[in-house]
Design a protein around this ligand. Structure first.
Ligand code: HEC
Ligand code: HEC
Length: 410
């Protein structure tokens, strides 16, 4: 057994089932890896986190690609465990999905080989063809290998081997664990669906309140660093695969997958670099001093924020956050799953409750769920909305006129 092989209590890694893993896709891999995770925890005591079996490859994507979501709202929230059936039903509802199975076999084989050549395997992850761009993003092979091992220990059970969000202990949770392969994220400060490194670190340290995504604040910072890099790697790999498969299926011609995928990888790494270099949200600094909740200046800001929030305009906040979110109707997100506009009375902000977190959310929107950015508001208006949103769950922090409108039956 070479050092790369699994520990001795995982004979499947080297035996015939090891080869079966390589061919299997989707939940079969998830189930197999669940066993590996359990084994990994057992052996973790004697040295660093467990490695992946060297025979293990990323599975070829078999689940549907969501290209366009229906314009009508979803019938209701997602039902745990029904994801594939719900995605398959999108076409009949006016959306567009693509079954990767329609891609000609030769195209598929060429793409899978290319992906393996460029991105390696779970035990030897790399971005082999773009060493400079990858290096600038901290995605060296050494860091990815370390991050991958930590990912296997802490994240794989939900986000799964390829980052498709279909891990064995997350499949039933709603919202589903994030599928990184779409290449879009929710809680960014870049004004784009790509986060900067600090955004991913905040998600990892604090988790996403009100979802099953736990906080990893007790891990050493260096480990969160490595995990964040590995998320970028999985996302880049998945996005290149997604876009190449979509092109191959939709054009229904033999696109040259290696050439197409190579072009997409350059573009995707540039998106990540642009996010890393993005300026902070316009107007977030300096934060105005509006005094404590209850002070006259604060009350005025909350009043102005309330007026903006409830303005009768297309895409005003209240058009989605009906009843301040308490009565909000679900809508489709970029993944084709249902998402509810946040209930802002509940004091459960996923992306953080610091004033600057809420500022970034309002300024940049959450494109992945259709919440629009608001570049036209001046800084004062965004801060007014921040003061209003942060005080909404706390009747005592609202001036009496706003309180009467928000909490009519306290
Ligand atoms: C128990 C399940 C679970 C585990 C374990 C878990 N996550 Fe998540 N994660 C989720 C869920 C659920 C979401 C989606 C929440 C949402 O969309 O509202 C998510 C979302 C994310 C996001 C997207 C954030 C954004 O801005 O859109 C990242 C990044 C992430 N997780 C990274 C990780 C990493 C890295 C680990 C391991 C250190 C991990 N998660 C472990 C369930 C989990
Ligand atoms: C087109 C619909 C839409 C509009 C318009 C909209 N939102 Fe949202 N908003 C959403 C959805 C959907 C979510 C839930 C995202 C999630 O949980 O994944 C959300 C979430 C939020 C959150 C919670 C973020 C977090 O960290 O959990 C805040 C705060 C918010 N919106 C404020 C606003 C404000 C203020 C406005 C007006 C300037 C606004 N929204 C306009 C759809 C919308």
């Amino acid at each position: 057994m070479t050092p790369r092989d699994g520990p001795p209590d995982m004979p499947a890694a080297a035996g015939p089932r090891g080869r079966w893993w390589r061919r299997a896709a989707g939940t079969a891999v998830a189930a197999a890896l669940a066993a590996v995770v359990v084994g990994g925890v057992v052996v973790a005591g004697c040295g660093g986190p467990p490695d992946y079996p060297s025979t293990l490859a990323f599975p070829a994507r078999a689940d549907r690609l969501v290209r366009k979501t229906p314009t009508a709202p979803p019938p209701g929230p997602n039902e745990p465990g029904k994801l594939d059936a719900e995605l398959a039903a999108l076409d009949a509802a006016g959306g567009t999905t693509v079954d990767p199975g329609v891609v000609p076999a030769a195209t598929r084989t060429a793409l899978d080989k290319h992906l393996k050549d460029v991105f390696g395997t779970p035990s030897a992850p790399t971005i082999a063809t773009e060493p400079d761009a990858a290096g600038r993003l901290g995605l060296s092979a050494g860091k990815l290998a370390e991050g991958g091992k930590l990912f296997r220990r802490h994240c794989l059970q939900c986000h799964n081997l390829a980052g498709d969000g279909r891990g064995p202990s997350g499949y039933g949770s709603t919202p589903y664990p994030r599928d990184y392969r779409r290449g879009v994220f929710k809680f960014t400060t870049t004004g784009t669906p790509k986060p900067r490194h600090a955004d991913l670190l905040r998600t990892l340290a604090d988790g996403l309140k009100g979802t099953t995504m736990p906080p990893f604040g007790l891990l050493p910072e260096g480990e969160r660093e490595l995990l964040a890099r590995y998320v970028v790697y999985l996302s880049a790999r998945g996005q290149v695969e997604f876009e190449t498969l979509a092109a191959a299926a939709e054009l229904n011609v033999n696109v040259d997958p290696p050439a197409f995928a190579a072009g997409r990888l350059k573009a995707v790494l540039k998106e990540w670099q642009d996010a890393a270099d993005a300026p902070p949200p316009a107007g977030v600094d300096p934060q105005p001093d509006d005094g404590d909740p209850g002070s006259p200046a604060h009350a005025d800001a909350v009043r102005r924020g309330y007026a903006l929030f409830t303005a009768k305009a297309d895409n005003s906040c209240v058009s989605c956050h009906d009843g301040f979110g308490a009565k909000a109707a679900p809508r489709y997100d970029a993944w084709g799953t249902a998402v509810k506009p946040a209930n802002l009375l509940a004091n459960l902000l996923k992306g953080g409750s610091r004033p600057e977190d809420v500022f970034a959310r309002i300024r940049g929107g959450i494109p992945a769920v259709g919440m629009p950015a608001r570049p036209e508001l001046d800084a004062r208006q965004v801060w007014d909305l921040v003061r209003f949103v942060k005080s909404l769950p706390f009747p005592a922090e609202l001036p009496p006129d706003v309180r009467a409108a928000v909490h009519p039956n306290p």
